[in-house]
Design a protein around this ligand. Structure first.
Ligand SMILES: [Zn+2]
Ligand SMILES: [Zn+2]
Length: 309
């Protein structure tokens, strides 16, 4: 039986608000198996969208910028990237950040929201489908996401719980409309417009959402199960090359648990961290500042006489 943060008095129940949309988008993504919905441009949108909505939205903004404050984004860029993350339908910034910070404080102990010690399926997605009243209280958000709720946009999202669904629906309609427009302009018929609009909707929105979900969820499940450990971090985190590659660096999870405040998880030359390279680009453009380097580089920058120990 999985552990939750619920009090003994509050019986865990199904979290329908998550189970229904997640199931619905998985079913809608299955439409991609029908040959009439395939297009090469739709496939390109799905794969490119993993970078835009997953790497930029979830990895860079939700995880490294908001959860760990390992860099500071300009406010406009942060808003845009947070909205990309909302279009990944992975919860609001305050909830995502609070749960992630709880994971770091209680990694693989009984209060960890998604430890594989409670089951592989539980850590991958099952924890999302079980209501956890203890993680929906004012005290919980005040403890783990007070800084996030100080922001007007993020506070508005909490006060309007259906806003994330409307934002997701609007972006999906955007993919369909763009596909229709391009289909009409290139194919010259309403039939081609409808065909490409449907393809972009299914591949660009639904298939891509499912891909980003399972990539993020693999960081919670696989990187606490399989891989090598470079550091004795006191929990089960591991560096997993497959997740590291697919999740643009997030799979070097043992490195991350060792030094969570760093904007980079690359500790060896071959532990490629695509998300960090994007951060460096944003820094060059002046859109990201206060980028925290890995601990070994921070130590190297401190004069020997000033180092503790
Ligand atoms: Zn972890
Ligand atoms: Zn983290």
């Amino acid at each position: 039986m999985p552990q939750t943060t619920d009090s003994a008095a509050a019986r865990p129940s199904t979290h329908w608000e998550y189970l229904l949309p997640i199931t619905a988008v998985h079913l809608l993504a299955c439409i991609a198996l029908l040959p009439g919905f395939f297009s090469w441009s739709g496939l390109a949108l799905a794969l490119g969208g993993v970078i835009v909505f997953g790497t930029l939205g979830i990895n860079l903004c939700y995880h490294r910028a908001l959860s760990h404050r390992s860099l500071k984004l300009s406010s406009r860029v942060e808003r845009v990237l947070a909205t990309f993350a909302l279009c990944s339908l992975e919860d609001t910034p305050a909830r995502w950040v609070a749960n992630h910070r709880l994971h770091h404080v209680h990694s693989d102990d009984t209060l960890d929201p998604h430890s594989p010690r409670d089951g592989v399926g539980w850590s991958h997605a099952g924890w999302l489908f079980r209501r956890a009243p203890g993680r929906h209280t004012y005290a919980f958000f005040d403890k783990y996401a007070r800084d996030i709720l100080a922001d007007d946009y993020y506070r508005w999202l909490e006060r309007n719980p259906f806003a994330i669904l409307w934002i997701y629906a609007a972006h999906a309609i955007g993919f369909a409309a763009a596909g229709c427009a391009v289909g009409f302009l290139t194919g010259g018929s309403w039939q081609e417009a409808t065909r490409l609009g449907a393809s972009w909707l299914v591949w660009g929105a639904f298939v891509r959402t499912v891909l980003v979900w399972h990539i993020t969820w693999s960081v919670n499940s696989l990187t606490h199960l399989f891989g090598y450990r470079s550091y004795a971090t006191g929990e089960d985190s591991r560096n997993n090359w497959l997740v590291g590659l697919v999740a643009m660096g997030e799979g070097w999870h043992n490195n991350h648990h060792h030094d969570p405040s760093s904007a980079s998880v690359q500790h060896r030359w071959w532990e490629v961290d695509g998300t960090y390279y994007v951060i460096l680009l944003l820094e060059r453009l002046g859109w990201a500042t206060q980028v925290i380097r890995p601990r070994h580089l921070r130590r190297a920058a401190v004069p020997l006489a000033d180092r503790a120990g």
